[in-house]
Each structure stands twice: as structure tokens, then as C-alpha cells.
Design a protein around this ligand. Structure first.
Ligand SMILES: NC(=O)c1ccc[n+]([C@@H]2O[C@H](COP(=O)([O-])OP(=O)(O)OC[C@H]3O[C@@H](n4cnc5c(N)ncnc54)[C@H](O)[C@@H]3O)[C@@H](O)[C@H]2O)c1
Length: 258
């Protein structure tokens, strides 16, 4: 085995990727799979999950899927139970489900606020609890929550999303402290701007121009550019002393703000 395989290889490990059928989740599934992990794709719709599994299998990976709605605790508990039917234990959890709603603060409805918080924040809370308990009882593991540049700063017209992602980062640090002595590491990745469906709906030309002005690298990210950070954080060897922190993968966006 090469030194790099030893450092970053995940063979024998099982990773559950919630939101794994999405754009960024898909790249994260592929990266984990290429590193040798068995993947369980967890998302809302069967067709999207099946398509993701087929793509992973085509790359030579081992993958299965389970439908989940992270807004419902029993659905997350079912995901754990189904994961344990497909694999002996879960070593890695990636919380990558997310939704966004754009409006001014005054126009926002309670329903928009509740939906964003239920998926982006309560979903992460519940999944970390359900899978965290499992990992603690079965020899440890690694959890990565997907934050955003809005974990650090409030972007206009996506205030509920910004608040949810700031809370995800805070929650990540908090859970990491409680889980550290119990063998589970908890970290976050804060992506900058990546071309994905939920962005396309919200980004007009003026907003794209603003993002480009604020991004020192002057481009969007490619989903595959998140994989290196993920492998570092989940690897039991490369990431063994890393917990309660985050990696910004944002072309310098946050560096330009602080
Ligand atoms: N695209 C970006 O620029 C960007 C930047 C920063 C952070 N993020 C975050 O990255 C993550 C992935 O986003 P994406 O850009 O790939 O968007 P996406 O819409 O392609 O993926 C999100 C996935 O979450 C799933 N999902 C939504 N509600 C769910 C629920 N209740 N239960 C289970 N799954 C649910 C969707 O079905 C979808 O597959 C999100 O958390 C998002 O906030 C994205």
C-alpha cells in the first residue's frame, strides 16, 4: 500500500452521505468511493438516489441507497437501521442536505424560515445525534457537516439560510467537544459558490458579478474541489487529531472579508 493510500484510504469503511443525490453531495460520494469507502446515498427521491448509485458503481465503487427526510427524526433512525442492513457499521457521516429560500427579510414567511431551519439545522442536529450514538457505541467515526461562507457572514436575501449555516458551524464545534473523548470527530466544510440547482434559482447576473468581485480566485468552484478537504477530515489517519474545526473551500471569499 502506498503512503498516500495509508494516509487517505478508506477501504473497509462505510460512509452515509445525506443529500448524496445533490450536486455537491454527488462529488463527495464519488470522492469517498474512489478512496475505497462503501457509500450509502441518502436523499429524498428514489430516482435521484438510484442514479447516484449507478454512477458510483460505474466508477467501480460499492454503493447502496436509502430514502431519508432529515426533517423527521424517525426517518433518520430508519436510515441508520437500513444502513446497518447494508453494512456492518457506519464510520463516516456527511450532512450535505440543504435548502435555500431567497427573499428580503420583511417579505419572508414563517413557512420559509421553518423549512430552511428544519432541513439545514434540525436535520444536522438529529443526524449527528442518531449517527453519533451509533459511532460512539461502535468504536468511533467521523462526521462532516456542510456549512457555507454564510457560516461566517450574512449574505443579503438569504438570511434564514445564513442563520442556519452559522448555527451549523457553531453546533459542529459544540458537538465536537462532547464527542472528542468518545472517539467521534466532528468537523465542517464551508464551501464558497458552486454551480448547483439551488444557486441557479437565486443568482441573477448582478449577484454573480458581486460574487466574482468578492472571490479572489474569480471563479465558481467545481464540486470535485471539495473532495480533498473531505478526505482529510474523514480519514482516520490523516485527520486523526482534527476535530471541532472547518475548512473553507471558497476561492478566498472569506479571506477577503476578514
Ligand atoms: N452550491 C453551493 O454553492 C453551496 C455553497 C455552500 C454550501 N452549500 C451547501 O452544500 C449542500 C449541498 O448543496 P448543493 O449545492 O449540492 O444543492 P443540491 O440542491 O444539489 O443538493 C441538496 C440535496 O439535499 C437534498 N435534500 C433537501 N431537503 C432534504 C430533506 N428534507 N431530507 C433529505 N435530503 C434533502 C436534496 O434532495 C438535494 O439532493 C447544502 O447543504 C448547501 O447548503 C452549497
Amino acid at each position: 500500500m502506498s503512503y498516500l493510500d495509508e494516509l487517505f484510504g478508506l477501504s473497509g469503511q462505510t460512509a452515509v452521505v445525506i443529500g448524496g443525490a445533490g450536486v455537491l453531495g454527488g462529488a463527495l460520494c464519488a470522492g469517498l468511493s474512489q478512496a475505497g469507502a462503501r457509500i450509502i446515498v441518502a436523499d429524498l427521491t428514489e430516482d435521484a438516489c438510484k442514479a447516484r448509485v449507478a454512477a458510483l458503481e460505474q466508477l467501480g465503487g460499492q454503493a447502496g441507497y436509502c430514502l431519508v427526510d432529515v426533517t423527521r427524526r424517525e426517518s433518520i433512525e430508519n436510515l441508520l437501521a437500513e444502513s446497518l442492513r447494508q453494512a456492518e457499521r457506519v464510520n463516516i457521516l456527511v450532512n450535505c442536505a440543504g435548502v435555500n429560500v431567497g427573499s428580503s427579510f420583511l417579505e419572508a414567511t414563517d413557512a420559509d424560515w421553518e423549512r430552511v431551519m428544519a432541513v439545514n439545522l434540525r436535520g444536522v442536529f438529529q443526524a449527528c445525534q442518531v449517527f453519533g450514538r451509533h459511532m460512539i457505541e461502535h468504536g468511533g467515526g467521523a462526521i462532516v457537516n456542510i456549512g457555507s461562507v454564510t457560516s461566517h457572514l450574512p449574505l443579503s436575501r438569504v438570511f434564514a439560510y445564513s442563520a442556519s449555516k452559522a448555527a451549523v458551524l457553531n453546533l459542529t464545534r459544540n458537538i465536537a467537544q462532547e464527542f472528542a473523548p468518545l472517539g467521534v470527530r466532528v468537523n465542517a466544510i464551508c464551501p464558497g459558490f458552486f454551480p448547483a440547482e439551488q444557486n441557479r434559482r437565486l443568482l441573477d447576473q448582478q449577484r454573480i458579478d458581486n460574487i466574482m468581485r468578492g472571490t479572489p480566485m474569480k471563479r465558481f468552484g467545481e464540486p470535485e474541489e471539495l473532495v480533498g478537504a473531505l478526505l482529510l477530515l474523514v480519514s482516520p489517519r490523516a485527520g486523526s487529531f482534527i476535530t471541532g474545526t472547518h475548512i473553507n473551500v471558497d476561492g478566498g471569499f472569506t479571506a477577503a472579508w476578514f
